[in-house]
Design a protein around this ligand. Structure first.
Ligand SMILES: Nc1ncnc2c1ncn2[C@@H]1O[C@H](COP(=O)(O)OP(=O)(O)OP(=O)(O)O)[C@@H](O)[C@H]1O
Length: 263
């Protein structure tokens, strides 16, 4: 099922992201075990896997937040670790568990992200208003991020990742804690972005969402890639959730918890 690409990616029409032999261990425990994959330009690419599979570690290395022990990452043909500044300009990143400057208001945080990317103040102000409106945060724009709910925090971090209109968005669990209406709005923003040439990588635990939303998927477990391809190739006619359980295993019946039974 996994026919991982090999060698240096093409420089003529490079994929949005090319990963080769990427590996990382923590204190002797292998978190990511030499994975290789391409994310085609214009794809909506899902990364799925059980807790501890290595998704966040992989995405952290892809986005230049964590230095790999082994392997290479190219963003549109630019080597992430040889030319990080150039590679990072091409990306918008929603990282998992990274602290925001939460003593800023939502509007200040998004403005800060835009100015940090070297954009002019006028464009930043216009786009900040657009993003706050699209993500249903217009009324909360002047509230401190520390006082936001989990879902609002996710949305303001997403706005900060999008302000510079990057070529590729890498979003770790973008829908976690987000209400259904906001999730639908985010999905349609991302869809529109992909339709107009952008590339999106999302990690998610919600198989149904990945099946409906993504064009491509990578299934990871215990640091390895178990399946890689278009969603239709990976699900093989069934649901992605059933295929995921087949690949990953680990279903438990709840045996041994009889003390929880109340009658
Ligand atoms: N900074 C760290 N120090 C030590 N171990 C780590 C560190 N970061 C990740 N790990 C370990 O690496 C493995 C992969 O973790 P990772 O967070 O990448 O998984 P994940 O697929 O994103 O999981 P989840 O779905 O639960 O978010 C786990 O065994 C985790 O305990």
């Amino acid at each position: 099922m996994v026919t991982a690409p090999e060698g240096h990616p093409s420089q003529d029409a490079p994929p949005a992201i090319a990963v080769r032999g990427l590996g990382k261990s923590f204190d002797g425990t292998v978190a990511v075990n030499g994975v290789s994959f391409d994310v085609p330009v214009g794809s909506f690419f899902g990364v799925v896997g059980p807790n501890g599979a290595g998704k966040t570690t992989t995405l952290s290395m892809v986005t230049g937040l964590l230095r790999p022990d082994a392997g290479n990452v190219w963003i549109n043909g630019v080597d992430m670790w040889a030319d990080s500044l150039q590679a990072k300009k091409l990306l918008g990143v929603l990282a998992d568990g990274v602290r925001l400057f939460d003593r800023l208001s939502g509007r200040q945080l998004v403005t800060y992200a835009g100015l940090l990317r070297g954009m002019d103040r006028e464009t930043v102000a216009e786009r900040t208003d657009d993003l706050l409106r699209a993500l249903d945060l217009a009324d909360a724009g002047d509230k401190l991020v520390v006082d936001y709910s989990a879902g609002m925090t996710k949305k303001i971090a997403l706005a900060s990742a999008m302000i510079h209109a990057p070529r590729t968005l890498i979003l770790d669990e973008p829908f976690e804690a987000v209400d259904p209406v906001s999730a639908a709005n985010i999905r349609s923003i991302l869809h529109d972005y992909v339709t107009h040439g952008g590339t999106v990588v999302v990690s998610s635990h919600v198989m149904d969402l990945v099946q409906r939303m993504c064009s491509h998927v990578a299934v990871m477990a215990r640091g390895n890639l178990l399946a890689l391809g278009t969603v239709d190739e990976v699900r093989q006619g069934g649901s992605l959730e059933d295929r995921f359980v087949d690949l990953v295993g680990g279903r438990s019946s709840g045996e041994g918890l009889s003390w929880l039974h109340t009658s």
